[in-house]
Design a protein around this ligand. Structure first.
Ligand code: 16C
Length: 247
């Protein structure tokens, strides 16, 4: 069997055993499992999610949460994309070599620790939101396969003595993000680019880590989250065009 370069780099279908011996493994496994489970839970009825953006198949919901006057609104977005698989989606979201091409909030990205083929620790700085101070984040990122043609990437803040927080110009923010994707196609058929569709659930909670004006912050995320999800999904569709489908 000939394996193309792209296939080699795609997220592995099983957990990399270099991860399971790492000190972060119990936390990574627990949070990734919780996030993936919550990602596909509904948003209707008494769940408290309020719709704030809608375009085509994309819907974005938030819950208003403030702690000591700081906005920490959880976000949940649902989308559906045709012609690309869950594995391909997660490949482009996880892999640092593509990040500057779709991530518009980014100023810098550094790999702090490459733990395994499915787990990397990143340090990122973000564009400044006036009039707040610039932010940075230090987080692990883990990609995994799950039953029912599902792949998910979970990002969650961590600490590292070599990357202390709040020492320079940046205030450290805290994130928990999950991009969960599930691919379906008509029963009785083989999956192809023409008949697959991938359901996406993107969940994000950002704790700004220090003072930032609530009104500005809500206005920024209402604009930036839809922009991110549209741009990222279009980017993956473009990247996959004309390439063999990888499930
Ligand atoms: O999930 C996304 N990206 C991943 C790979 O980078 C990763 C990143 C998570 C960080 C999310 C926090 C981003 C804070 C950006 C603040 C600066 C925005 C400036 C834009 C204006 C020019 O999981 C995709 C992330 C899409 C982020 C959309 C923006 C969300 C803003 C939330 C409020 C942040 C509070 C900042 C306090 C000043």
């Amino acid at each position: 069997v000939e394996v193309t370069r792209d296939e080699v780099e795609l997220p592995p279908p099983a957990i990399d055993n270099r991860l399971t011996v790492h000190a972060l493994w119990p936390e990574i496994d627990r949070i990734s499992t919780e996030q993936l489970q919550a990602a596909f839970e509904g948003v209707g009825g008494q769940t408290g999610w309020q719709l704030f953006a809608e375009e085509g198949d994309m819907r974005m919901y938030r819950r208003e949460v403030e702690v000591d006057g700081m906005v920490m609104d959880p976000l949940k977005a649902m989308h559906k994309v045709r012609g690309v698989s869950a594995r391909e989606m997660c490949h482009y979201f996880f892999n640092p070599q593509y990040r500057y091409e779709w991530e518009t909030t980014l100023e810098t990205m550094n790999i702090v620790e490459a733990i395994s083929s499915d787990t990397i620790v990143f340090h990122q700085t973000f564009k400044r939101i006036w009039p707040a101070s610039q932010r940075d984040a230090l987080f692990w990122s883990h990609v995994r396969a799950a039953p029912q043609q599902t792949y998910a990437v979970t990002n969650h803040s961590t600490t590292n003595a070599e990357y202390p927080s709040n020492t320079g110009a940046c205030i450290r923010l805290f994130v928990t993000v999950c991009l969960a994707c599930r691919t379906a196609w008509p029963s009785g058929e083989q999956p192809t680019r023409d008949n697959i569709s991938t359901s996406i659930a993107y969940c994000s909670t950002v704790n700004p880590g220090g003072w930032a004006p609530a009104g500005v912050l809500r206005a920024v995320y209402k604009r930036e989250y839809p922009k991110f999800l549209k741009r990222f999904t279009n980017y993956v569709v473009e990247q996959c065009r004309g390439k063999p489908l990888v499930m």
